[in-house]
Design a protein around this ligand. Structure first.
Ligand SMILES: [Zn+2]
Length: 428
């Protein structure tokens, strides 16, 4: 029985304080283990008469669980799994989990495949601009996974990894983890060669979604080719999986030792700074204000992701990202400036604020010619308003009292295939 004046909420708070003190004192080296694919996404697979179907998702899970068991025996390590069973967490879920847990290292385990049966060997990828075209195959195979998932599609829809501007932004964001990622990757590949007598194809830089959003050193390990019979035998065997797991485990030990030698183990920033409290308001970065309407993939937006245009008094204001954390806001502002928006500024938004005078609506289309009555848009959305101004036709929809409601409707319409709508603030 709990004393009624001592509510569960207070217990929770007390527990929270004790827990932070405890974790403050005992910061463990946190490793996120990501078994590639899973659930309905089998990854690479091949059928062999004597082996049956060898599936990437089974090998990755088995290897990851083995690595985890080894690490968990050592109390200096904390292990977080993106999955422990045969399921498919979206790539966004995987990286969000990793970022939230403030992990020190992210290891994604995969199995390679080729249309030919001859290629074999291991390779480890770190996040970075593509070095050469031969890596494209891997990028394609591993990134394609993303498009199986609706949530991910939303996240990555406006990101063009090929634009030079986004590569620059990417490079800046990732460069601080690149060195550590390369170091860990080199330990992994070295172990595969020296311990397991495998053939290493090296450590490579590649622009892979699952690594791109991670705010920590991250690698993607291709443990061998399922399309090569000898490697398929090895990958499917207990012995092979044990060796791969041991090599990855030993690489983690070497990596941590190397960090300790450099005096930078276990992300010191977390120990020095208490956890950041969210701010009351949301912050978006205003990139520019212009009469021109751009679609999300227009080069004028320099490959930046998460752009929200809001129209006001005939001008389109382009906002980048949203956050209620001061550190993220400052980082977003820097990213915008680095991408070339030198006059970018951070703008504060009160969440769910109702417009005192006026409302929000969606601008669905602006056209020179009147849309035909059997157009997809007019037939999909009812009650569209058409107005004519300066010889152009404006198609608008809805009346929303908050920005959040307008954003929600925008998403609903996007799901119906009506894209590139713009939220308009109508002050009357
Ligand atoms: Zn894979």
């Amino acid at each position: 029985m709990i004393n009624s004046s001592f509510s569960p909420k207070k217990y929770f708070l007390l527990f929270g304080i004790l827990f932070s003190i405890f974790s403050f004192a005992q910061k463990k080296f946190t490793i996120v283990l990501d078994a590639g694919h899973g659930g309905s996404d089998h990854g690479a697979n091949r059928y062999y008469g004597d082996l049956g179907t060898v599936r990437e998702k089974d090998i990755t899970l088995s290897v990851v669980l083995k690595v985890g068991r080894m690490l968990e025996k050592n109390k200096d390590y904390k292990v977080i799994y993106t999955r422990k069973i045969d399921e498919y967490p979206s790539l966004t879920e995987r990286t969000t989990l990793a970022n939230r847990s403030k992990a020190d290292l992210f290891i994604s385990v995969h199995v390679n495949a080729n249309t030919k049966t001859s290629p074999y060997g291991t390779e480890t990828f770190v996040q970075g601009p593509d070095q050469n075209k031969t890596n494209l195959e891997v990028a394609k195979a591993e990134n394609d996974v993303i498009f199986l998932d609706e949530k991910d599609r939303e996240m990555f829809a406006s990101y063009d990894p090929k634009s030079p501007e986004s590569l620059i932004a990417l490079k800046i964001q990732q460069s601080k983890y690149l060195e550590s990622s390369l170091l860990f990757g080199s330990f992994v590949e070295e172990n595969f060669v020296k311990r397991d007598k495998r053939f290493s194809r090296g450590v490579k830089q590649q622009n892979l979604h699952v690594l791109r959003l991670n705010a920590m050193p991250s690698v993607l390990i291709e443990t061998g080719f399922v399309s090569n019979y000898d490697e398929a035998v090895y990958l499917a065997s207990e012995k092979g999986q044990d060796e791969i797991a041991e090599s990855i485990y030993q690489a983690v030990l070497s990596y941590k030792k190397a960090l300790e030698r450099n005096g930078s183990a276990s992300a010191p920033r977390e120990v020095e700074k208490p956890e950041e409290k969210p701010l009351k308001n949301d912050f978006r970065i205003l990139l520019m204000s212009t009469p021109t309407k751009y679609t999300s993939t227009d080069p004028a937006l320099k490959g930046l992701n998460y752009i929200l245009p809001i129209k006001e008094n005939g001008m389109y204001k382009y906002y980048y990202s949203t956050t209620n954390l001061a550190s993220v806001r400052d980082n977003n502002l820097k990213t915008a400036k680095d991408a070339g928006f030198r006059n970018a500024t951070s703008i504060s938004f009160v969440p769910n604020q109702k417009l005192g005078v006026g409302y929000y609506r969606l601008e669905l289309a602006v056209t020179a010619q009147k849309l035909s009555s059997n157009s997809y848009m007019l037939n999909t959305v009812k009650d569209i308003t058409r107005t004519k101004e300066n010889g152009k036709f404006y198609y608008t929809y809805g009346r929303f009292s908050t920005l959040e409601e307008a954003v929600k409707m925008q998403k609903t319409l996007e799901d119906k295939g009506i894209k590139n709508t713009v939220i308009e603030k109508v002050l009357k």
